[in-house]
Design a protein. Structure first.
Length: 438
């Protein structure tokens, strides 16, 4: 094999002791360089060793391997067949103490490493073709959608972990400029790019549209900053199937949750939860949604289709609440499952909690004004009118008893009465318009 290989830099040192598992070999060239990073992450995540042969020092994926301390042999291509390069990789793997080498040639497929390890044991050859997971040809049963904005530091780990529990991973990139797109794609995700930042709700609407188009039975939405645990996905999906819930919410306040919430955040969330439930007309404690703002949710096919067609969902963080209003209007069943959200992750993408909370409360009030005008304007208007009449009675009573007219009390009476009448009639008119629109 001399003449086909030139080592420019990294050599594979002989192993101190025999390895228990075979190594995975990859030849990185100009044709598959964009797939190398994802293959590396999938392999390392399952605890297998890797050896890379790069046909040029700067081939895409080789530098990524070096950053992860994966041995890289830089080989110069020649007229001899590619099998010679695999032979060189086999020699390097043998010197490193591996019991065999899996020839990872089609990087678009995912290796079934456990089955492949058994194939090495049963085969008399040292370099063996791996056993691949079957390529999905139908509609995905579980599609995971990850809204992402500048999550380049964490998105690869989230995608890699989520891949173990999903048929398809879709990252909705909301105008990132930090390499999120390239990193997510290298980790094996399908990436849908927004040409500009449309907001969290805008990313969710894209996720619903994609899940509807793909025919997914379950749409799992989780954050790309690592705060949500992809390991909870099977539990959420099982809960949805066993209860026939339309939406399953990962709750920070549910049984089994070990979420450590800062006091100010806990108080703010409790307030928002109360306001949201009241705006939904839910009063009984047993019927309330405990975590209305959790972004870790699973939607079934029925809710996917209807949410994909709903133009009333906003583009900002208030979209989480808009979805609950949609579910309430359609009579959807909502279940909650306890989950632990990690607020200590590095590079967590969080908004200022005060501005975030104010935006959500403002969104709730606007929605109540639109959908429940009698509750927001009519009832307070009637009460204000009654207060005005009370002040009016006190005004005339004082005048009749003392002969002096209390101007200040009269102004207060007129103010409350007129404001109440205006609010009450506005509520009635808006209610009529809403009823007519329905």
């Amino acid at each position: 094999m001399s003449g086909i290989r030139t080592i420019h830099e990294e050599e594979v040192a002989p192993g101190d002791q025999p390895k228990q598992r075979p190594a995975v070999g990859i030849v990185a060239d100009s044709q598959n360089g964009n797939l190398v990073a994802g293959a590396i992450l999938r392999t390392l995540d399952q605890g297998y060793g890797l050896i890379i042969a790069a046909t040029a020092p700067d081939v895409e994926g080789a530098e990524f391997a070096r950053l992860l301390d994966v041995p890289v042999l830089t080989v110069e291509p020649s007229a001899r067949p590619k099998t010679d390069i695999w032979g060189e990789l086999g020699t390097a793997a043998r010197e490193a103490g591996y019991p065999g080498l899996l020839r990872y040639d089609d990087l678009s497929l995912s290796i079934d490493l456990e089955e492949s390890e058994a194939a090495v044991s049963e085969s008399g050859a040292y370099v063996v073709d791996p056993v691949f997971h079957p390529r999905s040809t139908g509609t995905p049963d579980v599609l995971v959608a990850i809204p992402a904005y500048n999550e380049g530091a964490t998105i690869a780990d989230v995608v890699t972990e989520a891949r173990e529990h999903a048929d398809e991973i879709v990252v909705v990139d909301d105008g990132s400029d930090d390499g999120t797109v390239e990193t997510a794609r290298a980790a094996g995700a399908t990436v849908i790019e927004h040409d500009r930042n449309r907001g969290y709700g805008g990313a969710l609407k894209t996720a619903f549209a994609e899940a509807e188009r793909a025919g997914a039975e379950h749409l799992v939405v989780l954050d790309g900053d690592g705060q949500h645990d992809p390991g909870d996905i099977p539990q959420f999906v099982d809960q949805q199937e066993s209860t026939e819930a339309d939406i399953v919410i990962g709750s920070r306040f549910g049984p089994g949750s070990e979420t450590q919430l800062p006091r100010y955040r806990r108080v703010g969330l409790r307030l928002v939860n109360v306001l949201t439930n009241l705006s939904l007309g839910v009063v009984r404690k047993g019927s309330r949604i405990k975590d209305t703002q959790s972004g870790f949710r699973v939607y079934n096919r029925r809710s996917i289709v209807s949410l994909a067609e709903d133009d009333s969902i906003g583009n900002e963080m208030g979209a989480s609440t808009d979805i609950l209003y949609h579910a309430h209007r359609h009579g959807y069943r909502i279940e909650e499952v306890g989950t632990t959200i990690n607020y200590d992750v590095a590079d967590a993408n969080t908004q200022n909690p005060v501005s975030h909370g104010l935006h959500i409360v403002s969104n709730i009030l606007r929605t109540v004004e639109r959908e429940h005008p009698v509750m927001l304007l009519g009832i307070p208007g009637v009460l204000s009118t009654l207060v005005g009449l009370g002040f009016g009675y006190a005004t005339f009573s004082n005048y009749l008893n003392s002969g002096s007219f209390p101007l200040g009390l009269a102004v207060v009476s007129v103010f409350f009465a007129l404001a109440g009448i205006l609010a009450a009639f506005t509520g009635i008119i808006l209610h009529s318009l809403e009823t007519h629109a329905q």
